[in-house]
Design a protein. Structure first.
Length: 204
């Protein structure tokens, strides 16, 4: 009689367990929908910002560059026009600039970057790119956020005017009336031949 009572109790326990498991499996979708906000909040806390490039360091390391944008090819060494470096850098929208050519690009006037979200991938050139010019102003100005510049040689040059009129090879600045420029990174670039500032950074 005692053994029969134990068997009945065991069967009852298994039956209760089976009912609980049946309820859990049948109610799982409803339970999952009860906590979506909490799960999203946890995921948001563990998200890690993607770097501008794997080895990027410093304040500009999280520059978005042209991520998710259009790939623009530099196909010639001209000062301006279709396929030129100037056309690529002065374009608007998210853009990733690659080079199909190698050699020296001689500028007759400054290139001004005013539109954000730009990645200049000098490392894509088959043999490297040098940008030079003989101007009384800067060679390249960056007045926009989220700009990544890699593997360029910038040579401003001297045009015979007093040194006080010479500009920088690269100037990163805050345009008048614009928000502070952030997330700009310059890596593996060579800057030379400026009479005053080779690299200049300032804000209003």
């Amino acid at each position: 009689m005692h053994r029969a009572s134990q068997n009945i109790e065991t069967i009852a326990q298994y039956a209760v367990l089976a009912l609980i498991l049946t309820w859990v499996f049948s109610s799982w979708p409803q339970l999952f929908r009860m906590f979506p906000l909490h799960i999203k909040a946890v995921n948001a806390q563990v998200q890690v910002a993607v770097k501008a490039f794997p080895t990027a360091e410093g304040f500009g390391q999280n520059s978005l560059g042209g991520r998710g944008g259009t790939v623009i090819h530099v196909t010639n060494l001209n000062n301006s026009g279709a396929g030129s470096l100037r056309a690529a850098l002065e374009a608007s929208g998210r853009r990733f600039v690659v080079f199909d050519v190698s050699g020296t690009i001689t500028l007759t006037s400054m290139i001004r970057i005013t539109n954000p979200f730009l990645y200049i991938a000098g490392q894509t050139s088959p043999g490297g790119v040098q940008v030079k010019g003989a101007t009384t102003i800067d060679l390249i100005q960056v007045g926009a956020s989220h700009v990544t510049i890699r593997h360029l040689r910038l040579r401003n040059g001297f045009n015979g005017t007093p040194s006080g009129e010479q500009g920088a090879a690269l100037r990163i600045y805050q345009p008048t009336g614009s928000p502070i420029i952030t997330d700009v990174i310059v890596a593996h670039c060579s800057l030379q031949w400026s009479a005053i500032d080779t690299l200049n950074l300032y804000q209003q």
